[in-house]
Write a protein that binds this ligand. Structure first.
Ligand SMILES: [Cu+2]
Length: 110
């Protein structure tokens, strides 16, 4: 079954086999890394909390393109992930609300 499915995928036209672009961002003690990124429209961003963190962090959309709904993760220290697909072009400023001066990030969606 799995082999058959793989074979079917292999012969499918490239256009239908296109995957959602993904990007992983690290959430560490007092940093979001990378701090500045540019991605394609429709990219699914996953913020991944490092397992070495001692402090609690969150991820919040502070400012985004017009009509983009603000998002806010849970508060977590380790072992947590939060994902969002960015479908509108523009600039997204993301912060940790507990450490906004150290932990901020600008994502440009093209
Ligand atoms: Cu923080």
């Amino acid at each position: 079954m799995a082999i058959g499915a793989a074979a079917a995928l292999a012969v499918a036209p490239v256009a239908t086999a296109r995957k959602v672009p993904r990007k992983t961002v690290k959430v560490g003690d007092y940093f979001l890394s990378p701090g500045k990124i540019t991605v394609k429209r429709g990219t699914r961003i996953t913020w991944k909390w490092l397992n070495t963190n001692g402090d609690t962090h969150d991820v919040k959309l502070k400012k985004g393109p017009k009509h983009v709904k603000k998002f806010h993760s849970e508060y977590a220290s380790t072992d947590y992930k939060f994902s969002k697909t960015l479908t509108k072009k523009g600039k997204y400023t993301v912060i940790c609300t507990l450490h906004p001066t150290q932990m901020h990030q600008v994502i440009t969606v093209k």
